[in-house]
Design a protein around this ligand. Structure first.
Ligand SMILES: *Cc1c(COP(=O)(O)O)cnc(C)c1O
Length: 384
């Protein structure tokens, strides 16, 4: 049976991988080298200089491509470097329409770096497809979607958006960091580019900063490889190895993240000190139907606002938590808690932030894979 036909869990372990050609090493060796001997000029074995390609990075790129059902993968030194590469497909004067509830770092990159080079960013809810179509101009080139969004857990209907982008000859890129290919595969839903902060769930152990892209189209892949090699924001061999090692347990970790996430979302929803819980698995979530349609399960990311919540109140709760570590990031095996207004979304102006629901009292959980009883007991003591 060819590896293309494998199901998801098998692909997490074997996808795009084969024993190393030199000695049959089952795990890809860490090719900690910048360059490769050539018996005659140009007579190399596919690797010349590690900015262009490195065998450990190739193994990771193939694994990500396999999981996303793509034909090509690229690994970068961070999620931001991956997004940076996508934006470099554009030319001055061209426009991007992106989800208004956006990862803070993406917002900063768009507004703080790329606007200076003449690329325009239009923020949109991307819930109503007629509204999206009306925002497209002659200069629009790309639609950038994050779903579930961070930290409000809004769900964008990727298939519906892809119909609009295809009809208007635009590229559709999806930041799939929160969902991972275990929960949703944007390319199968019509997207052109899928992006990951592999720092999060793909790596899964909070020990690397890595980014990735995956695409089906060869011409688009060649453009992105050209940018990757030219700008040089590549993922190193050691980090490629660690991310690959993480990917091999992605399906098992995600299953537990989802189970624990569901238990905690329901616990918070019934807690008398909680006002609102944002989790796409609730039937009353505004885009529950879309989530159910495009995701296998609902993930381990939850945001909530305590009753009568204030900035001070939220800070007190996050400081009181013991198992949930107060830290930036998400998607690792350990549970983390964050306060978006002062942490991940601190670079977005308060007014912008609050328009999207990121109020001062909002708390975000990345539910890990510990025993859920311990996690609930921790929340219980902090809330009381
Ligand atoms: C963390 C994150 C990024 C940025 O990735 P880095 O690896 O930190 O550079 C982009 N998008 C989302 C949704 C993220 O959570």
């Amino acid at each position: 049976m060819g590896k293309k036909e494998l199901k998801f869990n098998s692909k997490a372990i074997h996808g795009g991988q084969r024993p190393d050609a030199a000695y049959g090493a089952v795990m890809p060796p860490i090719y900690q080298t910048s360059t490769y001997a050539q018996p005659t000029p140009g007579g190399h074995k596919g690797y010349e200089y590690s900015r262009g390609a490195n065998p450990t990075r190739t193994a990771l790129e193939n694994a990500v491509a396999s999981l996303e059902n793509a034909n090509f993968g690229m690994a970068f030194g961070s999620g931001m470097a991956a997004i940076d590469a996508v934006m470099k497909l554009l030319s001055p004067g061209e426009e991007v329409i992106c989800t208004s509830d956006l990862y803070g770092g993406s917002y900063r990159l768009f507004k703080g770096v790329f606007e200076k080079f003449g690329i325009k960013f239009r923020f949109s809810e991307i819930v109503d497809m007629d509204e999206l179509a009306s925002q497209i101009t002659d200069n629009t080139k790309l639609v950038w979607v994050e779903t579930p969004t961070n930290p409000m857990m809004n769900i964008i209907d990727i298939e519906a958006v892809s119909k609009v982008t295809k009809a208007n000859n635009l590229l559709l890129a999806v930041d799939n960091t929160f969902a991972t290919p275990y929960l949703q595969r944007p390319l199968e839903l019509g997207a052109d580019i899928v992006m990951h902060s592999a720092t999060k769930y793909l790596g899964g152990h909070s020990d690397v900063i890595v980014g990735a892209l995956a695409v089906k189209d060869e011409k688009l892949a060649q453009q992105l490889y050209f940018i990757q090699k030219s700008s040089g924001g590549i993922c190193g061999p050691m980090d490629s190895f660690l991310t690959l090692r993480g990917i091999k347990t992605l399906h098992v970790r995600m299953q537990r993240h989802c189970e624990n996430g569901e238990s905690i979302a329901k616990y918070l929803e019934n807690h008398h000190k909680i006002d609102t819980v944002y989790w796409p698995g609730f039937q009353h979530h505004p885009s529950y139907e879309v989530a159910k349609k495009q995701m296998k399960d609902f993930g381990g990311m939850i945001s909530f606002v305590p009753k009568g919540g204030s900035y001070k109140n939220a800070i007190k709760i996050v400081e009181k938590l013991e198992i949930f570590t107060l830290a930036e990031s998400l998607g690792g095996v350990e549970s983390l808690v964050g306060h978006p207004a002062s942490m991940s979304h601190g670079s977005i102006p308060k007014e912008e932030r609050e328009k999207n629901g990121v109020v001062d009292a909002l708390i975000r959980l990345s539910v890990g894979i510990e025993d859920v009883e311990d996690l609930i007991a921790d929340l219980e003591q902090a809330l009381n």
